[in-house]
Design a protein around this ligand. Sequence first.
Ligand SMILES: [Zn+2]
Length: 273
Amino acid sequence: MQRRHIAIAPILIAILVMAFKYFTAEKFVNPETGRVSHLAMSAGQEMALGLQSYQEVLSTEQVVSQGPEVDMINRVVKRLVAATGEEGQKMEWEVSVVKSDQVNAFCLPGGKIVVYTGILPVAQGEAGLATVLGHEMAHATSHHGAERMFQSDITSALVNGVQGAIAMSDMDNGKRVAVMAALGAGAKYGVQLPFGRKDESEADQIGLMYMSRAGYDPHEAISFWQRMTEMAGAGQPPQFMSDHPSHETRVAQLQQLLPRAMEEYQRSAQAGK
Ligand SMILES: [Zn+2]
């Protein structure tokens, strides 16, 4: 009798631990897609981590604070922010421009955006930029970073800090790099953690709606991803493309969404009159 109890106990404990992790997780229903996901942390904790990553990235980069490129980027972000709906209202949006040849842009949890000037020639204007930033901002409003942390071992690494504030300065270097990678700011360390296919498709879908609502023609999204794919094909894959779905899948999905996106676009054009 005694031995049987001993054999069952570890399994029960494992199940309890898993159940605890699952039921104490933050549940998030995406207002744009209706998809339910489990998050490793609260929006406030996520925002604090995003801000720390943002400061860490900017501390070692050459930030450009004025000029026509900065004005253009600010204008696009402002229009997109207005299109992000209820989830976007909870973010503390801010954008910094970094002088660099890197073809890169990302948005951290909580709404801190970094745009590398190297992406501007590929963006070829506001609509192209709105495509990539809409996509990146959708990762943030969809809490994909916290979802990825929930799905990965980083959750257990953070579990001690979950009750209180999570401070990156308290983490050892390995953990800090892992957290930054999960949040989408890992390029600095050469660590790119891909978002799942589902998250990428969701960011594409929501990003397309954001840009259309912001008054940018959604057809431009397809041309933009085309240019990015051509770059990748020419043997210089933008760092930022390494975690994105195949071109055919992406274009097929975007084309399917175009009628809905065009409705948003026309509505925004009418509102602007
Ligand atoms: Zn993405």
